[in-house]
Design a protein around this ligand. Structure first.
Ligand code: CP3
Length: 415
């Protein structure tokens, strides 16, 4: 903590379920909001800075990555900075031939398809994350300076992130962005051994990437499983959940809130929460696709309730948060989820429909009010978009949305 600060960051209050640092119900100083992809092409200052530098090179330039991270905080007064990087950065740092093609997304020189391909993937050592660590340190120091200049009594938190093993592996196996993720879904079932080794590799790479950011000063971590919604509940449970747990086990001992986000996830929302709650007790190694992650979790919970020592309650991740996209109403999500293993409703993040950013001011205003009203039924609410800021968004519209959200009355989260 920085001396002289009297208030905790509104964002962290909501991620803790509308509690103060001591765990008592408390309303945040203001309703927190940030936007996925708040840094990026919607901002002219970003486009100017990025001129002549490729996406991944800009992520690995600490001064540039830090400045780009701070740009939207300065401009919009959002309540979090999201570290400017990409889910494929661990691949690049491991020496995998990967580029981000403008307007397309991640493209690999050669897709990872066979067991030999997977076994040829280089392991990442901690030293490889040096440019990430430096960028995070520059950013948190920049955020402290901004708080001092604004004479604010909290420092805007920095959120670190990584891609979940499935979403990362989807790019690795397909070799490029895809809609149906056919190749990776085929691999899961037809070549399960190959899938298991690939997903375990991705869990280590993403876990180490997230851990490096939190160790360097990030206050929360978001695991993006953007494409998890393309899986059935049964497949998610068997082939994906254990590996996401393994990735999160790299940060579960660090005491930071963990946000788990995907799109189209109404069929797996409860499992996504369990993945976070049980990240610490999931073995980091070896990871095998399991019969049923929920069954294993059920057994762990029963052992805990019966006072057996298998799993210490304190070993459960303290602050699970779920990111919800615009396809599901936040009130429905909160009701469907009910109380978590900590006995409280889970804080939710979301879910303004990005399409509404292009609507007339009144339609957008009403939509944001509805999101706020629905979010009030969760155990804490951090406003966000249902997915990333579209590049063609008028940034002034985002600034107005932040002002609207900051003007509402705040309250503690629901139990
Ligand atoms: O502001 C932020 O949200 C932080 C930075 C961030 C980026 N990528 C920067 C970026 C974050 C959190 C990501 C995560 C990411 N990357 C995800 C998960 C989130 C999601 O959107 O579902 C995924 C799937 C990727 C892979 C990826 N990288 C895609 C699909 C694309 C888009 C391609 C395009 O041009 O539309 C990228 C490129 C990318 N990552 C850009 C940015 C700012 C655009 C690069 C540019 O400026 O040209």
């Amino acid at each position: 903590l920085v001396t002289g600060l009297t208030t905790e960051a509104p964002l962290l209050n909501q991620y803790r379920g509308g509690r103060d640092a001591a765990g008592n119900p408390a309303a945040p100083a203001r309703q927190p909001v940030w936007f996925m992809r708040q840094a990026g092409r919607s901002l002219p200052e970003y486009r100017k800075l990025r001129e002549g530098t490729t996406m991944l090179d800009s992520c690995l330039n600490p001064e540039m990555a830090s400045e780009i991270t701070l740009q939207p905080v300065r401009r919009h007064d959002v309540d979090a900075a999201i570290f400017f990087s990409d889910i494929v950065i661990p691949l690049r740092l491991a020496g995998v031939d990967v580029e981000i093609k403008p307007g397309v997304g991640p493209v690999l020189g050669s897709p990872v398809r066979t067991l030999e391909d997977v076994r040829a993937l280089p392991e990442l050592d901690e030293a490889a994350f040096a440019p990430i660590v430096e960028a995070v340190e520059l950013t948190t120091s920049g955020l402290k300076d901004m708080a001092a200049e604004a004479d604010r009594d909290w420092v805007t938190p920095l959120i670190g992130f990584a891609g979940a093993p499935f979403t990362l592996a989807a790019y690795m196996v397909e070799g490029k962005p895809s809609k149906e993720h056919l190749a990776v879904r085929t691999m899961m079932k037809a070549n399960t051994e190959t899938w298991n080794e690939l997903a375990a590799w991705a869990a280590r790479a993403s876990g180490a990437f997230m851990r490096a950011q939190v160790m360097a000063g990030a206050s929360a971590a978001q695991l993006f499983d953007s494409w998890a919604g393309s899986l059935s509940r049964a497949d998610y449970l068997e082939y994906v959940a254990p590996f996401s747990q393994a990735a999160l086990s790299h940060v579960a001992d660090l005491g930071v809130p963990v946000i788990h986000f995907g799109t189209g996830t109404s069929q797996i929302l409860d499992v996504m929460r369990a993945v976070v709650e049980f990240a610490r007790i999931a073995p980091q190694e070896p990871v095998e696709s399991g019969p049923s992650v929920l069954q294993a979790m059920g057994e762990a919970l029963a052992a805990k309730e019966e006072g057996r020592t298998a799993h210490d309650p304190a070993s459960l991740t303290t602050y699970p948060v779920l990111g919800v996209d615009y396809r599901m109403n936040l009130r429905e999500a909160a009701d469907q989820l009910g109380a978590g293993t900590n006995g409280r409703r889970t804080p939710l993040q979301g879910n303004i429909d990005p399409a509404m950013l292009f609507a007339d001011a009144e339609t957008l205003h009403q939509h944001v009010q509805a999101v706020l009203a629905d979010g009030a039924s969760a155990g804490g609410h951090v406003v966000n978009l249902g997915h990333g800021v579209p590049p063609e968004t008028n940034p002034e519209v985002l600034t107005r949305v932040v002002e609207q959200i900051h003007s509402v009355e705040t309250h503690p989260g629901q139990d």
